[in-house]
Design a protein around this ligand. Structure first.
Ligand code: PCA
Length: 204
C-alpha cells in the first residue's frame, strides 16, 4: 500500500510545525496491523489556502497513492485527532503564510457543505490509544488551511480517484514548542506524536 502523507510548514509565528516534524520521523516502510507492507511518501505543504489544493493534486496525480493522509497542527488540542469531516468554508481571523484572510468563503463554489473522511477514523483512533497515545475522533477540522486541504483531497478523491482513501489528522503542540509560550497549552513529546501517527497509519 502506497501512502502519501503530508505535514505543514510552520505558521503563526511558530518556529516548527509538529505535524511536519512528526511526519519526518515516521519510518518509510512498515507493516500494517493486517500484515500489509506500507510505503510512505512524505511531503511538506505550505500554509496557503490558494496553493494547497493544486499542490496536493499534483502529488496525487504523480504518485497515485492508495491512501492520502494529511497532518496538521491544532494548537490547544490535547491528543491526536482524526478528523471525520471537512466543511466547505474558509473562515479564520489569522492570515495564512501568504497574508490571505478569508471570511465566510467556500472552498469550492457550489460544492457540498461537508465531505466525510474516507478513512477508518474509529479504527485509527482505537489503534492510537492502544499504542498509549491519547486520541479521539474530531468533528471539526476548523475553517482554516487544514480544513481547506482536507476538503480538496476529498473532492479530488470523489471526482477522480474513487478507489483512493484519504483524510486528515490534527496533532497537538510538541512540548518544546509549547514551552516557549507564556500561556500553557496542552502538548505531547514529538516522539509520542509520531508514535500515535504511526499507530493510526497501521490501522489503514
Ligand atoms: N494547522 C493549521 C494550518 C496548518 C497547520 O498545521 C490548521 O489547523 O488549519
Amino acid at each position: 500500500m502506497k501512502i502519501l502523507i503530508t505535514g505543514f510548514a510552520p505558521f503563526g509565528g511558530e518556529a516548527v510545525n509538529p505535524s511536519w516534524e512528526a511526519v519526518s520521523r515516521l519510518p518509510e516502510q512498515f507493516q500494517t496491523s493486517k500484515g500489509e507492507a506500507a510505503v510512505l511518501s512524505k511531503h511538506q505543504m505550505p500554509v496557503s489556502y490558494n496553493r494547497c489544493g493544486q499542490i496536493i493534486e499534483d502529488f496525487i496525480r504523480r504518485e497515485l497513492p492508495d491512501c492520502v493522509v494529511c497532518v496538521g497542527q491544532a494548537g490547544g488540542r490535547a491528543g491526536i485527532e482524526v478528523e471525520q469531516i471537512a466543511i466547505n468554508l474558509k473562515d479564520a481571523q489569522s492570515p495564512d503564510n501568504e497574508g490571505t484572510v478569508f471570511s465566510g468563503e467556500p472552498v469550492t463554489q457550489g460544492g457540498p457543505d461537508g465531505r466525510f473522511a474516507r478513512l477508518p477514523v474509529r479504527d485509527m483512533v482505537k489503534a492510537c490509544r492502544e499504542a498509549g497515545v491519547p486520541g479521539r475522533v474530531s468533528f471539526s477540522a476548523g475553517a482554516y488551511v487544514c480544513n481547506c486541504l482536507m476538503y480538496h483531497v476529498l473532492e479530488l478523491i470523489e471526482k477522480r480517484y474513487p478507489d483512493m482513501r484519504g483524510g486528515f489528522i490534527h496533532v497537538p503542540y510538541e512540548c518544546g514548542q509549547a514551552a516557549l509560550h507564556d500561556k500553557i497549552k496542552p502538548s505531547l513529546p514529538l516522539a509520542t506524536i509520531a508514535d500515535g501517527l504511526l499507530a493510526c497509519l497501521k490501522a489503514l
